[in-house]
Each structure stands twice: as structure tokens, then as C-alpha cells.
Design a protein around this ligand. Structure first.
Ligand code: B12
Ligand code: SF4
Ligand code: SF4
Length: 355
């Protein structure tokens, strides 16, 4: 006998929780009204060189353009918080920092497997039901569907925040060809707080809920190829992959809960020594970062970022490492090395301390 939609929706969310997702909610597969913000964001050029954000605009704003059979969307949150991740602590001298989300195995693969298991459960439990999974890379405005599914609100730092978990979690979901009762969207709980807006090292928020990605350290160190704008270099501190500042200052992150991925997922150092980071050959970089998010920066991006962090480090011992790249064939690396060497030599006391 078929479970009534309410009971099936409850069982589905329970199944998701048993797979390790602490957050699960259901949204109708309908256009998201706040999508106008996305249009305005593109028009302002805040996406920079992320051309993929310009493609499939219709699908991002309306999931049925991506999955025409969709009637409901199951949205899920997966915590990536690990209490021991050193990179989240105060930075020290000659060490870089890697954003919390990136210290584990690449989440696309990990979550993809779990979503497949969930889809299989749906298709077995409900004859005729079909699902389509998405995690990060599909043209879906995930935060807006997650907000609609009631698993959190969109903070002034643009993160989807859960009152139970803070914001250190990934989003993903499954669109389903069945009508299920939707959850109530959650009201905003930022109130008069503006810590994230004030703390952003590069002042990347032109206004609350809007991020100019071209100024964001996460964009600069992960997505952006080419030189990092000189006007931002002294503000990027020692971040070498991603940035967590606007989340670290958020009071809701005191509720962060440990990832169900376990310690074996902790594969990268969160605060790698810059000297060692700069010694990695392209082959060593590949081996060390295989199947991690850091792969995305590629060796050239990693070296550019580590050179910049070394330039900001105020540690003259890093100078020989930096100078080795001053004649490098890649013009971006070469120029960054010269800038960083000059910054260290100039007047180390003038440089701001690490973030
Ligand atoms: C492009 C992208 C980026 C870009 C741009 C980020 C941005 N804020 O737009 C860059 C490279 C900078 C980036 C950085 C990060 N990202 Co990112 N990114 C994405 C991606 C692929 C698309 C996001 C997008 O559509 N941006 C376009 C803008 C316009 O949309 P938006 O930021 O979601 O903004 C919406 C709201 O702000 C809302 N809105 C605007 N004004 C108002 C006003 C009110 C009142 C309301 C209610 C809403 C509202 O409308 C917008 C949508 O139209 C998503 C995955 C996906 N497919 O959705 C991951 C995603 C958003 N990223 C994620 C993560 C983890 C990060 C980082 C934390 C990684 C890191 N530590 O370095 C940082 C966080 C930086 C930040 N503060 O956003 C997670 C976020 C999970 C969560 N809990 O929110 C996602 C969902 C990936 C995933 N599947 O888990 N990211
Ligand atoms: S991730 Fe860092 S640089 Fe980007 S908006 Fe947040 S605090 Fe600013
Ligand atoms: S720091 Fe404050 S304003 Fe920013 S997202 Fe968190 S609660 Fe909202």
C-alpha cells in the first residue's frame, strides 16, 4: 500500500537523516521569487570570470527547466564542520590557511554517492517515483530552494544558515516527480547583527545579502585565474584556498555540529606551512590533492596563492622560496613572486598582520 504523501515525506526525511544529513526539507518545484536578485547580481558583474553563472539562467531560477518532471524538491544539508581543523584557529606566521570545507575529500563525490542511495530508496519505496540529484555544479540556485524548503534562512553574508547548525554545511538535493507537502520557509534571524559585513577583509559585500564575488577571497583563490588585483593583495592575509571569515564571526556558528564524515575525511592540513606549499612540484601537488576540492585551483593557482600569502606573512625566511619563482615562465606566477618579494623586503613592519 502507498504511504500517504505526508507519511512518505516524513519517512524520506528520516531516511536522509539516517544517511548522515542533519538537515532535510521539502520545497515545491516552482520558480523561486527571489531569483531577481540573481539577475541583478549578474547585471552588476559580481560574478567576475565565472561565466558558468551566466549560463542556464532560466534553469537556475526555475528547477522545472532543469528537470521538467519535477514536482517537489528535497533539499539537504551536510555538515563539514570538524572541531579539530587547525586552519580555523588563529593563523600563525608562516602558515597559510585552507577553508574548512576543503580539508576533506571532494564533497561532490561523497555526497553524490549518498544522494544516489537516497534516490534508489525513493524509487524502491514508491513505485513510479523518479528523482534527479544535484550537488553544487547543476544550474540550481541551491540556497534559495533550501530557504524555500525551510532548512534555514539566507544570512547577510549570503550563506544559508540553520538555527540548529550554523552555516558550515554543504547543500544538495533531489528533485522528485511526486507531489509532497512542502515545509514552511524560515524567517530571517540576522536581526540587527552586521558582524560578517564588517569583518570581511576585502569588504566584498556592497550591501547585506549581496556579494561582489570579484572581491571575495574565496573567488580570488579558487575560481579566478590570472593575477589577483593589486588593490586586494594586502587584504587576503594568509588564505591560500577559500576563506571562512564571514562565517567565523557569525554567532550562529557556535551551534556547528561535527560532520558525519568522520575523522578519516580529514585529509588535508588546514594550516599548511607556506615554505612546504611553495616546494610542491606540479606532480606532488596532483598526488597530494587528488580527490580534494583544492585540485580546482590547479598547481599554478596554488603557487600564486601561496606566494601572495608569503608576501603578506612578514616572515623574511620565506624570501628565498619566493625568489625562486621570479623567473618562472608563467607570467602570473612571476609577477606575483616579484610583488611578494618586494613586499617582504620593503618594510615588513608596514604589512598588516595575518588575518
Ligand atoms: C558561485 C558560487 C560561489 C561564488 C559566489 C558566491 C555567492 N555568494 O554568490 C564564490 C566563489 C565567491 C563562492 C564562495 C563560497 N562558497 Co560557494 N557557491 C557558488 C554556487 C556554485 C552558486 C551560488 C550562486 O548562485 N550565486 C549567485 C548569487 C546571486 O546567489 P546567492 O549567493 O545564492 O544569493 C542569493 C541570496 O543572496 C538571495 N538574496 C539576495 N538578496 C536577498 C535579500 C533577502 C531579504 C533574501 C531573503 C534573499 C536575498 O538571492 C540570491 C539568489 O538570487 C553555489 C552552488 C549552487 N549551485 O547554488 C555554491 C555555494 C553557495 N557555495 C558554498 C560554499 C560553502 C562557499 C564558501 C563558504 C567556500 C569557502 N569557504 O571559501 C564561500 C562563501 C562565500 C559567501 N559568503 O558566499 C555552499 C554554501 C552552503 C551554505 N550553507 O550556504 C554552496 C551552496 C555549494 C554547496 N552545494 O554546498 N561560491
Ligand atoms: S568568504 Fe571571506 S572574502 Fe569572501 S565574503 Fe566572506 S569574508 Fe569576505
Ligand atoms: S554574522 Fe550576523 S548578520 Fe552576518 S550572517 Fe551571521 S547573524 Fe547574519
Amino acid at each position: 500500500m502507498l504511504l500517504p504523501p505526508e507519511s512518505f515525506a516524513r519517512a524520506l526525511k528520516q531516511e536522509a537523516r539516517s544517511l548522515g544529513f542533519p538537515l532535510a526539507g521539502i520545497a515545491p518545484a516552482a520558480p523561486v521569487p527571489e531569483a531577481s536578485h540573481y539577475q541583478a547580481w549578474l547585471k552588476a558583474g559580481y560574478h567576475g570570470t565565472m561565466q558558468y553563472m551566466e549560463r542556464n539562467r532560466e534553469s537556475r531560477m526555475d528547477i522545472t527547466r532543469w528537470d521538467p518532471a519535477a514536482r517537489s524538491v528535497l533539499m539537504l544539508g551536510w555538515s563539514y564542520f570538524r572541531p579539530g581543523a587547525e586552519g580555523a584557529k588563529e593563523p600563525c606566521g608562516a602558515r597559510g590557511r585552507v577553508a574548512r570545507y576543503a580539508s576533506g575529500r571532494d564533497y561532490h563525490a561523497l555526497l553524490g554517492d549518498k544522494l544516489e542511495a537516497l534516490r534508489a530508496w525513493v524509487e524502491e519505496t514508491r513505485p513510479g517515483a523518479k528523482g534527479k540529484i544535484f550537488v553544487d555544479t547543476s544550474p540550481v540556485l541551491e540556497r534559495l530552494y533550501a530557504r524555500r524548503a525551510g532548512i534555514g534562512w539566507i544570512g547577510k553574508n549570503t550563506m544559508l544558515i540553520s538555527p540548529r547548525l550554523g552555516s558550515y554545511f554543504f547543500l544538495c538535493g533531489v528533485s522528485l516527480n511526486i507531489d509532497l507537502p512542502g515545509d514552511a520557509p524560515m524567517p530571517d534571524h540576522c536581526g540587527s547583527c552586521d558582524r560578517c559585513l564588517k569583518a570581511c577583509p576585502t569588504q566584498a559585500f556592497p550591501k547585506p545579502h549581496t556579494l561582489d564575488a570579484t572581491k571575495c577571497i574565496s573567488y580570488l583563490t579558487i575560481e579566478h585565474r590570472g593575477p589577483i588585483a593589486e588593490s586586494l593583495r594586502s587584504q587576503t592575509g594568509n588564505w591560500i584556498f577559500g576563506c571562512d571569515v564571514c562565517q567565523e564571526v557569525c554567532p550562529w556558528n557556535r551551534f556547528a555540529q561535527e560532520s558525519a564524515g568522520g575523522a578519516e575525511e580529514d585529509v588535508l592540513e588546514a594550516a599548511p606551512e607556506l615554505k612546504k606549499a611553495l616546494e610542491l612540484s606540479p606532480e606532488e601537488f596532483k598526488v597530494r590533492h587528488r580527490r580534494t576540492s583544492v585540485e580546482r585551483a590547479k598547481w599554478a593557482g596554488w603557487i600564486r596563492n601561496a606566494l601572495l600569502a608569503a608576501g603578506n606573512s612578514k616572515d623574511p625566511a620565506l624570501l628565498p622560496q619566493i625568489q625562486k619563482f621570479q623567473n618562472h615562465p608563467d607570467p602570473v606566477i612571476r609577477e606575483q613572486a616579484s610583488w611578494s618579494a618586494a613586499r617582504l623586503q620593503e618594510s615588513p613592519s608596514r604589512a598588516p598582520a595575518n588575518l
